[in-house]
Design a protein around this ligand. Structure first.
Ligand code: ADP
Length: 486
């Protein structure tokens, strides 16, 4: 059993219309601790009928929530933020148990998750409209911003808490209700958030969490006409499918999909800083983030020094159970993840890459994998064009700045990118040349509630966080008032 200060946070049921639902035995599923392989709990799921009930409840709630004042909504979100932070330790324990990341990283994610709630609580009271200078003497043009209505979100397992608040907080701040379908691997971080939303006084039906067969639930959330906005974080493949399903009812959509982040180190970089940045970007969450450095491009002149220093840093990583002190690398989420990592390594090796360290399943067994560095990787390898989502750093060599930018952009993805350089002219040229929604310059960590997170190309549509994030949950209504002098 989990050691929680407040056992009431561990909820194994869906939260619909302010109630913990009994669900249907046919939709129950086990949740496994990826570190030990032991059963952590049984999540009660719902089917299509339950999902429709959640949509109806969210619709009723939306009609009440949208008419509260912005300040009333903001206060409730502030309370939710406070409760999340007060329960940071317990929420981190739940997360490490179901996702596997080291406890310190889980605590960090809870703070990051809460920061979206705080940020959008503040934004709730600053949703301004416009008065537009009119084209006619006696008319007035006014823009109102209104909540879109019922929203639905499907979220992934790699950030079981933050990916929920990044969608739910702006939705609620805007005056919308939301139904969240978390990943089946990590439902308990989601239900714990639901419990805290209840304690924060967020009215019933405004924030709902449902689990079950993802295709069946996905069908309801993407096709039901009452759902006006659909937001998804996950793979490009699933995102594309869900986008098609949304087409029938012309929903507003936001998609945050896969990445293939280049991490470029130029000859003029501070090498130690670049190594530290690469470690943070590549190995955080055992390489399972969509903004993880996927390809490390290193200029010829510093390739040897950089690879030596990176190797040393990677060899100091500690693999193990996320609850064990000093562990920096938890397990991969499941065996499919292990197989993908292995296939990328095998493909690279067969085409001439050299394994500098790691390359195998870890002796701890299960889904633990050795932190790996590959040298002499080239653009014909799978690892160049596909997202690895694991602890593998492939090193690619390049000669010129132009070549590096061309290699970086040679992908269908456009989420995060990174580069290290001290030359200010180069910093501008490369920043503007990269076809990516986000560029980290001399840093490997870019995420913040105040910053717009999102991708170009097949990495997605829309932005989350920041002042832009709330627009995704608002409609623009234009009023044209004629003959105002009567
Ligand atoms: P990942 O590789 O991160 O699991 P997915 O895109 O498969 O990426 O999953 C992200 C989220 O999408 C999860 O909540 C998962 O349950 C959900 N999902 C996967 N396939 C479907 C589908 N066909 N319909 C609806 N949701 C889906």
């Amino acid at each position: 059993m989990l050691q929680l200060k407040d056992a009431g946070l561990f909820r194994q049921r869906c939260y619909i219309d302010g109630k913990w639902t009994a669900g249907d035995a046919a939709d129950e599923f086990d949740v496994i601790n990826p570190s030990s392989g032991a059963k952590l709990g049984v999540m009660t799921g719902i089917g299509e009928t339950g999902a429709k009930q959640a949509v109806d409840a969210a619709e009723n709630a939306s009609n009440i929530w949208r008419h509260m004042t912005a300040r009333q909504r903001s206060r409730r979100l502030m309370r939710w933020h406070k409760l999340i932070m007060e329960n940071q330790d317990d929420l981190a324990v739940i997360m490490t148990a179901e996702q596997g990341k080291p406890l310190l990283e889980s605590k960090g994610e809870i703070a990051y998750s809460a920061s979206f709630v705080e940020w959008f609580a503040e934004e709730a009271v600053r949703i301004y409209g416009d008065v537009i200078p009119s084209h006619e003497r006696e008319s007035r043009l006014i823009v109102l911003k209104e909540p879109v209505g019922v929203c639905a979100a499907i979220t992934p397992w790699n950030f079981p808490s933050a990916m929920i608040t990044r969608k739910a907080a702006p939705a609620l701040a805007a005056g919308c209700s939301i139904i969240v379908k978390p990943a089946s691997q990590t439902p308990f971080s989601a239900t714990a958030l639901a419990e805290l939303s209840r304690r924060a006084g967020i009215p019933e039906g405004v924030f709902n969490v449902i689990c079950g067969d993802s295709e069946k639930i996905g069908n309801v959330l993407t096709r039901n006409e009452k759902v006006r906005k659909f937001s998804f974080t996950g793979s490009t493949e699933t995102g594309s499918k869900l986008m098609e399903q949304c087409a029938g009812s012309i929903k507003k959509i936001s998609l945050e999909l896969g990445g293939n982040a280049p991490f470029i180190v130029f000859d003029d970089a501070d090498i130690d800083a670049a190594v530290a940045g690469a470690m943070a970007s590549k190995y955080r969450n055992t390489g399972q983030t969509c903004v993880c450095a996927n390809r490390i491009l290193v200029q010829n002149g510093i390739y040897d020094e950089f690879s030596k220093k990176l190797l040393k840093a990677v060899q100091s990583l500690i693999v193990g159970d996320g609850f064990t002190e000093n562990v920096t690398q938890g397990p991969l989420i499941d065996m499919n993840a292990v197989k993908k990592v292995e296939s990328h390594i095998a493909d690279a090796q067969s085409k001439g890459a050299e394994i500098l360290t790691g390359g195998r399943r870890h002796s701890l067994g299960g889904t633990f994998f050795e932190p790996t560095v590959l040298a002499d990787t080239t653009s014909d390898m799978k690892i160049f064009s596909e997202e690895t989502f694991g602890p593998v750093a492939p090193l690619f060599k390049f000669d010129t700045e132009e070549e590096a930018v061309k290699m970086a952009n040679d992908t269908q993805y456009g989420l995060a990118s990174y580069f290290y350089s001290k030359d200010s002219a180069r910093i501008w040229r490369v920043s503007e040349g990269l076809e990516y929604g986000m560029v980290g310059i001399n840093t490997g960590i870019i995420s913040a509630a105040a910053a717009p997170f999102g991708g170009m190309k097949q990495s997605g549509i829309g932005r989350e966080g920041s002042k832009y994030g709330i627009d995704e949950y608002l409609e623009i209504k234009y009023l044209c008032m004629g003959n105002v002098y009567g």
